[in-house]
Write a new protein. Structure first.
Length: 383
């Protein structure tokens, strides 16, 4: 008979807290406020998608929100972004399961933008410009490397992008970080933001098999001129900068607003791969797991209007750490008891359950507010 145990809310909180305290240099040494209290407030704010202010007001036994923000701003200096980035990368790597192999891993690399609406020049100096989205063209941008292994999807390397950084240098930084963790790459899956000549030449020179989504541009010429016919195919293409690339054009049929199926072309740049367009399309779809990771991260990202840009990067990274922690706990404790390779029961420990357990564990320590002061006797108006 298989024994039954319980993964408690405090177990979830303790695993998350250990990951953060072991790798982050954040310290709070007040007579009431401790490092653990500050992190607990951040965890509650993240898990509830609220703010530090709201989390402090919801807990009776914590210090004022101004005190928590003071310690956070003191620890998070914009001049030390790279040191903070290194700490976050170490915390992300803490969730790698022992059984996870390091050789021949598939890796997805992407850019993620969080809208920024501030106007201060010192804040705009750390935001990147991009295509208008959600009412702004300024974004807090991070690049991430996402490892795909069986049912484990982990973000193991991030890079805080600043204006003017070359994407090739960002790619090299992410790959270097993964190599530090002893990972070797079978195939890289990259977003269309990395479809550039220097990146194509670099990956070709090092012999790294890669699939890069290629934007379809031009009215008559460019890559749009290749979207002809009815069948998917492969061809060579020379870009404007003189870079020659092997392109796969995949013709998919998708319904339009009227329900009629129309042909939609997708283009992929291939490096050291000899797959058919159908294989490429099917394998590249695995990259969309990184979009799920970002969606999960948005569910555990605390909101802030802080003028400290380092705090904004910090809260984004904390969200990714929480997602990694959930993936690790699910791999360990939600095992499907069945023959064959180790598998996870996806319904047993969902992400929502993880966040609720985390919130309840924090509230059990700091006493959630259960009433508000009033000048009217409630029993006189409530029936």
């Amino acid at each position: 008979m298989i024994p039954e145990y319980r993964l408690t809310a405090e177990n979830v909180r303790q695993q998350t807290m250990n990951t953060l305290t072991e790798h982050l240099s954040l310290q709070a040494d007040g007579y009431r406020c401790t490092t653990e209290m500050v992190l607990d407030v951040v965890l509650k704010a993240s898990a509830e998608r609220s703010s530090v202010e709201a989390a402090c007001q919801d807990l009776a036994s914590v210090v004022a929100s101004n005190t928590v923000r003071e310690y956070l701003n003191e620890a998070l200096d914009v001049t030390q972004l790279r040191e903070q980035e290194a700490e976050m990368n170490a915390a992300l790597a803490a969730s790698i399961p022992e059984a996870m192999k390091r050789e021949g891993i598939e890796v997805a690399i992407d850019l993620h933008d969080e809208p920024f609406y501030g106007k201060r020049p010192d804040l705009l100096a750390v935001t990147c410009r991009g295509q208008a989205k959600k009412g702004t063209t300024h974004f807090i941008r991070i690049a991430s490397a996402y490892v795909i292994w069986r049912q484990v999807r982990l973000t193991l390397a991030i890079h805080y992008m600043l204006p003017g950084e070359e994407k090739l240098a960002v790619l090299q930084t992410l790959l270097s970080r993964l190599k530090t963790l002893n990972f070797t790459f079978r195939v890289l899956y990259m977003d269309k933001a990395f479809a550039a000549g220097p990146i194509i030449r670099f990956l070709t020179d090092i012999g790294q098999p890669t699939i890069i989504a290629c934007p379809i541009r031009g009215k008559q010429g460019g890559t749009r001129a290749l979207c002809r016919g009815r069948q998917s195919y492969r061809t060579d293409h020379i870009f404007k900068d003189g870079t020659t690339a092997d392109l796969a054009l995949f013709a998919s049929l998708v319904p339009d607003k009227t329900g009629k199926r129309r042909r939609k072309w997708l283009a992929f740049i291939l490096i050291h791969l000899n797959w058919s367009p159908q294989q490429i399309y099917a394998r590249y779809r695995r990259r969309f797991g990184i979009e799920c990771s970002y969606r999960s991260m948005r569910q555990v990202r605390a909101h802030t209007t802080s003028r400290n840009p380092a705090l904004r990067f910090f809260l984004l990274a904390v969200g990714l750490i929480l997602v990694n922690t959930w993936v690790f706990l699910r791999w360990v404790f939600a095992r499907l008891i069945a023959p064959g390779p180790r598998r996870v029961d996806p319904k047993h420990f969902r992400f929502h359950r993880f966040t609720r357990l985390l919130v309840r564990a924090v509230e059990a320590i700091y006493d959630p507010v259960m009433s508000v002061q009033t000048h009217v006797l409630p029993e006189s108006v409530i029936y």
